[in-house]
Design a protein around this ligand. Structure first.
Ligand code: HEC
Length: 326
């Protein structure tokens, strides 16, 4: 079947059960996950994992205005089209594959970065037609290749939501299954899997280790000089506000108010002075040190231009007026 790009765009992103927002880094919570049916990136799955998926092929260019094909072809879209992505906030994100009917991959930290397609936080001005989002956070679980692909692929029957959490229903060789994945806050890089087969229920804890780290897209901020105002723009553009307040209140991460110049207790019992190099390290390699009382792996690693980082540091320093006025 011919696969035309302009169709795909219309179908690209459907938010289920949540009002549509233009937040390019949307997040759910433990009790109220965000469930998104969209194209999903392939974070390095073995080809055999996707055995029953049909890969896209190149398609001729088409002019909607003229109603006919034009010279040239569109490249194929490197994406997993049959996934449902679920996010419980920084605690857990995962993708359920509705073709193979199983968990494809899971990560912790952020969710999906929709920036090029959804555009800015306020207003949504789309940047490009790059509608395959990127992962944000630490990938810790990937599906294994299938040992053998049965001629009869499983059948996805849909999902229902119980206490806010989706349960996926499917059938394989005439047996009914229900799969429910829940975040497990008590262990890092873990989730709980509840598999119901017929009337048998099996609960297991799945724990992984970091397989790869993902930072989403770079932002295209334009400012002349790195100063506090520019730093605030960077802070908003990269979505830091989702986890860090600037007014002293606790979020998923520590507040950045009065942080600079103070002593930070670390999870390993040591303490450090919060200076520029601590802030820099916290942003670029968040797992290098973990603030006491907060989980590791919740903060995604960031890649940004040096100028953006400098502005961000000035902004964070400005939230500690006492330390900066000396
Ligand atoms: C998904 C949640 C999340 C996002 C988004 C996030 N962080 Fe964090 N951040 C955390 C958590 C949790 C910690 C504490 C654990 C640790 O030290 O890694 C943290 C720690 C920090 C620290 C050290 C704070 C301290 O009190 O020691 C800094 C600085 C920081 N983040 C800056 C940023 C900046 C700047 C951004 C945006 C570019 C950002 N964070 C985005 C969750 C997040």
């Amino acid at each position: 079947m011919m696969f035309r790009l302009f169709w795909v765009i219309g179908l690209a992103t459907t938010l289920l059960g949540q009002p549509l927002s233009y937040d390019p880094n949307p997040m759910g919570s433990i009790k109220q996950p965000l469930i998104l049916r969209t194209y999903l990136p392939d974070p390095g799955l073995e080809p055999a994992v996707l055995a029953h998926h049909h890969r896209a092929s190149k398609s001729p260019k088409y002019s909607p205005r003229e109603g006919n094909d034009l010279p040239g072809e569109y490249e194929m879209i490197q994406t997993i089209p049959a996934g449902i992505a679920v996010n419980h906030g920084p605690a857990l994100s995962y993708v359920f594959d509705t073709t193979e009917c199983r968990l494809l991959y899971a990560w912790q930290g952020g969710f999906l970065d929709m920036f090029p397609y959804w555009g800015e936080q306020d207003g949504g001005r789309r940047r490009s037609f790059d509608y395959v989002p990127r992962l944000v956070g630490n990938l810790f679980h990937l599906a294994e290749p299938l040992e053998r692909t049965s001629p009869q692929p499983p059948r996805f029957l849909g999902y229902d939501i119980r206490e806010g959490v989706p349960t996926f229903h499917y059938q394989k060789n005439k047996i009914s299954y229900q799969l429910r994945i829940e975040p497990d806050d008590s262990r890092p890089l873990s989730f709980q899997q509840i598999l119901t087969t017929g009337d048998q229920v099996e609960v297991s804890i799945v724990t992984g280790e970091i397989l790869s780290q993902h930072s989403g897209f770079e932002r295209e901020l334009k400012f002349k000089e790195a100063n506090v105002d520019a730093g605030e723009q960077v802070f908003l553009a990269y979505g830091c506000i989702a986890c860090h307040s600037t007014d002293g209140s606790r979020g998923h991460g520590p507040t950045l108010a009065e942080l600079y110049g103070n002593t930070r207790q670390l999870a390993n019992g040591e303490s450090v002075l919060v200076d520029e190099s601590y802030l820099r390290e916290s942003i670029l390699t968040p797992n290098a040190k973990t603030a006491a009382g907060f989980p590791p792996n919740y903060m995604p690693p960031y890649q940004m231009k040096e100028k953006e980082l400098q502005a961000l540091l000035l902004f964070i320093q400005s939230l500690s007026p006492a330390a900066t006025s000396e």
